[in-house]
Design a protein around this ligand. Structure first.
Ligand code: CP
Ligand code: NVA
Length: 316
């Protein structure tokens, strides 16, 4: 068997937000995702992670993130341990720093889905192994990696394109803006009053990376990709009723899609609420690539795990 073990002096890298990877590294991972997906589709085994273990810590619910990381690690020859708050000592107030010290002595890679970004940062600070953000209140970088990969599969490059975000200034919206800055496209953003982007979180972001619109229909004009997400993210359920009122006009429908370029794609990270943030006609229609997008979590994350554990490989 080929020895894929990373060199001992390889610097420890985490993926807590998109900006943790340079533009060149993001493009490298996206290209590796293409190669790894192609091999997988042709039933060519690729198992560099023999004897390697991924620990997944879920403090919020998940379908796609869990299945894609778990399946991906097994497909690459490794093993997975699944922890939640309720079935681990995290739910009984063991400090996250102590959990990080212990878990990272036993596994090779950790994926965490949690609440505040500061919580995953604290884990990473005390971890001996790479830590991957599987969603926090502030960021969802694995999803955007898969989304950009999906866009490139369908339309080759995302550079110079307009991506329109309709809805909440949530983890997905901010992560799209980081990707726009790194990869050279523009995010058009529209949310109701009171739910806009926080300028404090956009300090240092190029003015060309994003533009805000009051009117969601206007925001879709000339878009190459229209995307949205739930009106109420996990952890904000108490605001659900209030948000339903506020976001009523921020539903991606056929009229909004008609403002976009004729070949525009539609994406949604899922889970979706048809009739709220998107109509069934759009999400189940011909411009929607949501199922490719969901599948590509698997391939993009396999490439990400390979990069974090093995670094950049010579082209094969
Ligand atoms: N899109 C996404 O992260 O889905 P899950 O919440 O099902 O993991
Ligand atoms: N913004 C959503 C994404 C779910 C995958 C949430 O945080 O709940």
């Amino acid at each position: 068997m080929t020895d894929f073990t990373a060199p001992a002096d390889k610097p420890l890298r985490h993926f807590l937000q998109i900006s943790d990877l340079s533009r060149q590294e993001l493009l490298y991972v996206l290209e590796r995702a293409r190669i790894i997906k192609d091999k997988f589709k042709r039933y060519i085994a690729y198992q560099p992670f023999h004897d390697r273990t991924l620990a997944m810590v879920f403090e919020k619910a998940s379908t796609r993130t869990r299945v894609s990381f778990e399946a991906g690690m097994y497909q690459m020859g490794g093993a997975v341990i699944h922890l939640t708050t309720t079935d681990s000592q995290l739910g009984r107030a063991e400090p996250i720093e102590d959990t990080a010290r212990v878990v990272s002595r036993m596994v090779d890679l950790v994926m965490i889905r949690t609440f505040e970004q500061s919580r995953i940062e604290r884990f990473a600070e005390f971890s001996r192994v790479p830590v991957i953000n599987g969603l926090t209140n502030e960021h969802h970088p694995c999803q955007i990696l898969a989304d950009v990969f999906t866009y490139m599969e369908h339309r080759e490059t995302i550079q110079g394109k307009i991506v329109t975000w309709i809805g909440d200034a949530n983890n997905m919206a901010y992560t799209w803006i980081q990707a726009a800055q790194r990869l050279g496209f523009t995010l058009h953003f529209s949310a109701p009053k009171g739910y806009e982007l926080d300028p404090a979180r956009l300090e240092g972001v190029d003015a060309t990376a994003w533009r805000s619109f009051d009117d969601p229909v206007h925001a879709c004009r000339d878009a190459d990709l229209v995307t949205t997400d739930v009106w109420t993210s996990m952890g904000y359920e108490a605001e659900n009723e209030e948000r339903k009122q506020a976001f009523a006009r921020w539903c991606v429908d056929a009229n909004m899609m008609s403002q976009a370029k004729p070949d525009a794609l539609f994406m949604h990270c899922l889970p979706a609420h048809r009739g709220e943030e998107v109509t069934a006609e759009v999400i189940d229609g011909p411009q929607s690539v949501v199922w490719d997008e969901a599948e590509n979590r698997l391939h993009a994350q396999k490439a990400l795990m390979e990069f974090l554990l093995l670094g950049q490989l010579e082209p094969s």
